[in-house]
Design a binder for this molecule. Structure first.
Ligand code: NAP
Length: 306
């Protein structure tokens, strides 16, 4: 099968097209023909190995000391099941699914991927395309995990910092869905569409201290890892909480993917797509995402829908 591989850390040019073995499903696995994947901020970091100094050693052990252990990146996908292992009961050939691969060695920059049926995989939302569905599992489930962990309540004041990113655009929609009063923080060109996602207020972070008119906030959620708790302390209520996406909110859960599917099908939330590229254009897409200003998600079409 065709895949985009990298054999060394470096610039987007280390990514190249290669012919690799097509995976075969184990007894409890499904083989997915991939129609779409995405380029996440995490993919870019794993390719470039641009990590803070304190993370250097643990990240290198995880990713590969001298060279990447897993040569195919890609954290999320949408596709159709081509084959199932003999013990698989939940799915059958032809089912449309979307999935995260982050607990299963990544590998979505390829034509096929095997995943355990009990992994972070669920039936694709019926009302969106493969390209849209591929952009849900990482950003959507991350935002949902953080929001659920804080036991969000109706009427709370939530501030979503970095509201125009992948995690941020889902966080705005989910917090609004749960009944919070949402303020989105983003730059000038994103103010309009972030408001349309459901933010009651939007503040432009390029125009000085974004906290100056914020008071008594219950939660300030930094979805892009750019601010510190000390910067926002005065805008929080006495029991207010600062959340950072750089801290863990726990492991991925399949139930979160099913929850997101339900919200999408009820048209409560939707993925935001910035640009779409082909598989061969993945190095170019990495160059774009690396700039740090994508609006929502950048999608790669691996195969065209029929
Ligand atoms: N903890 C976890 O489980 C987990 C899971 C997934 C992702 N992550 C991490 O979460 C972070 C965000 O990921 P993502 O994919 O959502 O990011 P992303 O989509 O790549 O973020 C891009 C967005 O960030 C905004 N931005 C850039 N600089 C900003 C600043 N100084 N202030 C406010 N907004 C700024 C950009 O808007 P402008 O163009 O307006 O600047 C752009 O819309 C990454 O570090 C990722 O690795 C963590």
């Amino acid at each position: 099968m065709k895949a985009i591989v990298y054999e060394k850390y470096g610039t987007p040019d280390v990514l190249h097209l290669a012919e690799v073995d097509k995976p075969r499903p184990k007894k409890d696995e499904i083989l997915i023909k991939i129609y779409a994947t995405t380029i996440t901020a995490g993919d870019v970091r794993m390719r470039s190995f641009d990590v803070p100094l304190w993370q250097w050693f643990p990240a290198r052990v995880y990713l590969g000391i001298r060279k990447p252990k897993r040569q195919i990146l890609g954290m999320e996908l949408a596709g159709k099941i081509e084959e199932v292992g003999e013990e698989v009961g939940l799915y059958k050939k032809g089912d449309q699914v979307f999935a995260s691969t982050t607990s299963h060695n990544f590998g979505a920059y390829a034509e096929y991927k095997c995943l355990p049926e009990e992994g972070m995989v669920a039936p694709k939302p019926k009302n969106i395309s493969y390209n849209e569905a591929a952009a849900v599992p990482v950003g959507g489930a991350t935002a949902l995990r953080f929001i659920k962990k804080e036991n969000i309540q109706k009427g709370q004041k939530w501030v979503i910092y970095g509201a125009s990113g992948s995690v941020g655009s889902y966080a705005v929609q989910l917090a609004q869905y749960f009944g919070a009063e949402v303020t989105g923080i983003c730059s000038t060109s994103n103010l309009g569409w972030v408001k349309n996602l459901g933010a009651e207020k939007v503040i432009d972070y390029t125009q000085g201290d974004f906290t100056k008119n914020l008071k008594n906030c219950d939660v300030i959620f930094d979805t892009v890892g750019r601010i510190s708790s000390s910067q926002v302390k005065k805008a929080l209520s006495t029991n207010g909480i600062f959340l950072s996406v750089l801290k863990s909110a726990g492991n991925e859960k399949k139930e979160d993917l099913l929850y997101l599917k339900n919200l999408i099908e009820r048209e409560k939330i939707r993925p935001v797509i910035d640009r779409e590229y082909t598989m061969e254009e993945i190095p170019e897409a990495h160059k774009y995402v690396e700039k740090g200003h994508k609006k929502g998600n950048v999608v790669i079409t691996i195969a065209n829908e029929m």
